[in-house]
Design a protein around this ligand. Structure first.
Ligand code: SAH
Ligand code: SF4
Length: 346
């Protein structure tokens, strides 16, 4: 029998697991605390009896990630990591420092099947989804490496979290649990390319996280060209699901809009976007597209970006331009892992 991934267990499930070995259920709280804090060696679980530590060693797999590359920005405190998973696959995470604390951007899958044309993560397709424990490990590894506590999490690294729905939701419940890292759901964002079935399911969970939707275009003509997911669920369907989500959760939705020169940055695009978002409690995050080696996309110049923002604001849409962190260690998600895998030096 394979070992059990107990770091992905809720405390109540640990109770059941412990009792299957004849251990008292009250140990679950202690064990949950160690697992969530990222302690992988049972000998460091000092308040557990030796016999229980042995049971854990023999029967449990406590997932962790290993740092294979660490790149720290010389400009700000941004640190990008390439982590190795227990099976040798690689993922990326980014640690960012803001005034209000530390934010970690985590991956939810190895690769991605959504195939957006501007994104490096999707180039090799999906390899596999991450377990909740592998999502947690990205946070605790960054905390350990820097001697800090993380207060915010964004699920915006590699992968489509709603294509790994159950594990993503379980991660959210674990990371916010008392006795664990206890990061408030209000301090967590989940970003999706627009998996409408997943947005509807997530609304039912009614978690006070921020839903971030990668819109990137105001209409089907442009969006289907750059995001294949739009051929399944068009802009109208996506925005209807967002409206529904907003109604159920009463949370403001955040729309990501990566500006790509000559593709989605015209005045007409801004006007159309404003029209379609009218009446929805939302915020638009404008991101200068990050050039990827495998495509020819370029970002518009600074003035064009500010002009696009002004057009939205004038129409009553709340819009900001995302500050670029770690510009000198540039490599948007997916790019770094690719280069490490190809044997190059970033
Ligand atoms: N799969 C999810 C979350 C991971 S991608 C999603 O697509 O939302 C995180 C964000 O990075 C998304 O908004 C995505 O559109 C954006 N992104 C990907 N490649 C980019 C690039 N080259 N330049 C700018 N943004 C990019
Ligand atoms: Fe996947 Fe998001 Fe990249 Fe699209 S942008 S390929 S959904 S990771």
């Amino acid at each position: 029998m394979g070992k059990t991934d107990i770091r992905s267990f809720y405390q109540s499930e640990l109770e059941t697991w412990l009792s299957s070995f004849g251990e008292p259920r009250y140990r679950a709280g202690q064990l949950f605390h160690w697992l969530q804090a990222g302690v992988t060696n049972p000998d460091e679980m000092t308040d557990l009896p030796l016999s229980l530590r042995e049971t854990i060693r023999e029967n449990a797999l406590i997932a962790d990630v290993k740092i294979v590359r660490r790149m720290a920005s010389a400009i700000d405190e941004t640190v990008k990591y390439v982590y190795e998973l227990p099976d040798g696959e690689m993922i990326e995470s980014v640690l960012m420092r803001y005034e209000h604390g530390y934010t970690v951007c985590i991956s939810t899958q190895v690769g991605c099947r959504m195939g957006c044309s501007f994104c490096a993560s999707g180039i090799g397709g999906l390899i596999r989804s991450l377990t909740p424990s592998e999502m947690l490990a990205q946070i605790t590894a960054a905390e350990r490496d820097n001697g800090i506590r993380v207060s915010n999490v964004v699920m915006m690294g590699m992968g489509e979290p709603l294509d790994n729905f159950d594990h993503s939701v379980r991660f959210l419940k674990l990371v916010s649990a008392e006795g664990g890292l206890h990061i408030g759901l209000r301090h967590i964002s989940l970003s999706t390319s627009g998996v409408v079935s997943g947005i509807k399911k997530l609304a039912k969970e009614n978690l006070p996280i921020t839903l971030s939707v990668s819109l990137h275009a105001p209409n089907d003509e442009i969006r289907s060209r750059i995001m294949p997911v739009n051929r399944k669920w068009g802009v109208a369907q996506l925005l209807a699901a967002c409206k529904e989500y907003q109604k159920v959760t009463t949370r403001r939705i955040s729309f990501e809009y990566a500006l790509i020169s000559g593709v989605n940055d015209s005045d007409a695009c801004a006007e159309e976007l404003a029209k379609r978002l009218k009446g929805l409690l939302c915020h638009v995050n404008l991101i200068p597209a990050n050039p990827v080696k495998e495509n020819t996309f370029q970002k518009p110049d600074k003035n064009k970006i500010l002009h696009f923002q002004q057009l939205l604001i004038r129409k009553g849409i709340n819009a900001t331009v995302r500050r670029t962190l770690g510009a000198d260690i540039d490599a948007s998600c997916g790019q770094l892992r690719k280069r490490v895998k190809e044997g190059g030096t970033p």
